[in-house]
Design a protein around this ligand. Structure first.
Ligand code: NAD
Ligand code: DAU
Length: 410
């Protein structure tokens, strides 16, 4: 990913109306002429002047940067030499500063403990840091929790996003024109807003009508609509990404893949909902972060981009793959981990199939996933088995409580 690209980046081409007076340069040549010409040039040709723009050092305000995807994004971005990130996170059960330990002493990074719904705090951060962009990850993200208690989902995903948008709008409106133009608000969303597919339906595209089924999906859909409206009504330069299921390091083990890895490691039951044939499209988290960085720098304000792994798999196949990898990396004498698979009561309203058509982001911005599922899942299983301290840290307290309540009587 070229770091020199601007927020309002590489998708546009520019009309340069240039007047060239050749009088002094071509004394021996034909009669000097004053001519006007139009060059339709690509970004590649004007990159040096954009480089200067970036060198001015624009901070990114990241929300929810201590969570699974947010922390992967922050770490990825901070690899850039002149990166500067302010990370606003409430540190709910899903936020974990351990994920960002390697940045503690680094320059250009600041953590702020707080709620996106705290408008005074958001205002203060915007005034102080004058970020060039906001990347909004903060959310309640677990479907099962939203079914048990939707209130936090409305508070953070809907009210919180609204508060953030309102403060951003006020701040952005008062910026000088050049800064207003290059500013970006990138909203990180999900494929779940589109509802559920039948086995032969084409994958979700950016124009698929919204049909969210869980309280989580509905809260994300509501936030997507707010973001869309802020662009349409106020001209706020927003970008929305809708992504499929992520997997990789730092995911809280309430979600399918890390839950199955850790239960398999400990020879515990592997609870598969319903018949195990629900289908998800799985994307390695680093590829998602790369896609977000690409949209941030090259995306067209007001647009939405679907992100996916072209990797549809039924849940049971995922669980079996995990069993085999754990058997291979941490063999046990009692037989294959597949024997631990236990079919349990289905999730209420369980979406049958998600699939993403990610051709737009590939065609227009040149992004496509790099990791194969085989390499990504192997790396992920290894990471959870090798990072015992991290696992111990997150699987105490409220985590144990959740597992005990949610899987009780299954
Ligand atoms: P996560 O649950 O792991 O992390 C969420 C983070 O947000 C945590 O650090 C938490 O402390 C923080 N947070 C929650 N409420 C907050 C508030 N009110 N103020 C400030 N911080 C708050 O989530 P994730 O899986 O990393 O997902 C990040 C984003 O990506 C979410 O918006 C989610 O909807 C979206 N998404 C996730 C996936 C996926 O597969 N995990 C796929 C597509 C989209
Ligand atoms: O599609 C993107 C979404 O993916 C994100 O927006 C969400 O934030 C993220 O949590 C994820 O939602 P899912 O509900 O698809 O993910 P989860 O890991 O909870 O479940 C994946 C599938 O596995 C789903 O069909 C339910 C099933 N499952 C899950 C758990 C936790 C089981 O069969 N057993 C389980 O114990």
């Amino acid at each position: 990913m070229a770091r020199a690209e601007p927020w309002n980046g590489g998708r546009d081409s520019f009309d340069f109306r240039t007047i060239v007076d050749s009088k002094n340069e071509r004394r021996d040549g034909p009669k000097p002429v004053l001519f006007l010409f139009t060059i339709k040039c690509s970004l590649a040709m004007v990159e040096p002047c954009w480089r200067e723009h970036i060198a001015m050092g624009k901070t990114i305000l990241v929300t929810g940067g201590a969570g699974f995807i947010g922390s992967n994004f922050v770490l990825q971005e901070m690899q850039g030499e002149s990166a500067s990130i302010v990370n606003l996170d409430k540190l709910t059960y899903a936020g974990n500063l351990r994920n960002l330990e390697s940045l503690a002493a680094g320059r250009g990074y600041e953590f702020v403990h707080g709620d996106i719904g705290d408008r005074g705090l958001v205002r203060q951060l915007l005034d102080k840091h004058r970020p060039g962009a906001i990347v909004h990850f903060a959310a309640e993200s677990h479907v099962d929790r939203s079914i048990r208690g939707p209130e936090d989902f409305i508070r953070t995903n809907v009210d919180g996003t609204f508060a953030l948008l309102e403060e951003t709008r006020a701040h952005w409106s008062a910026l000088p024109e050049a800064e207003r133009k290059s500013f970006r608000f990138l909203h990180v969303s999900t494929d779940e807003v589109y509802g559920s597919l039948g086995p032969d339906d084409p994958p979700f595209s950016e124009t698929t009508p919204y049909a969210p089924n869980s309280p989580y999906a509905a809260s994300k859909a509501a936030s997507d609509h707010l973001v869309r409206a802020y662009h349409h009504t106020y001209g706020l330069p927003t970008l929305t990404t809708n992504c499929s299921n992520n997997y990789g390091r730092f995911q809280f083990p309430e979600k399918l893949i890390p839950l199955m890895i850790l239960n398999a490691r400990d020879s515990k039951a592997l609870p598969v909902y319903g018949d195990g044939k629900n289908v998800r499209d799985w994307l390695y988290v680093e590829d998602h972060c790369d896609a977000i960085a690409t949209v941030l720098r090259r995306g067209q304000p007001g647009e939405t981009y679907n992100i996916g792994g072209w990797n549809e798999k039924p849940n049971i196949e995922i669980v079996q793959t995990i069993c085999d990898l754990v058997d291979e990396i941490a063999p046990r004498t009692e037989g294959s981990r597949r024997e631990l698979i236990t079919y349990v009561k289905d999730r209420p309203g369980h979406d049958r199939r998600y699939a993403m058509d990610a051709r737009k982001i590939e065609r227009e911005l040149g992004w496509k996933p790099k990791a194969t599922f085989e390499s990504g899942i192997r790396q992920t299983v290894r990471w959870y088995l090798e990072n015992e301290a991290w696992v111990r840290d997150v699987t105490s307290g409220s985590y144990r409580q959740w597992v005990a309540t949610h899987y009780a009587g299954q």
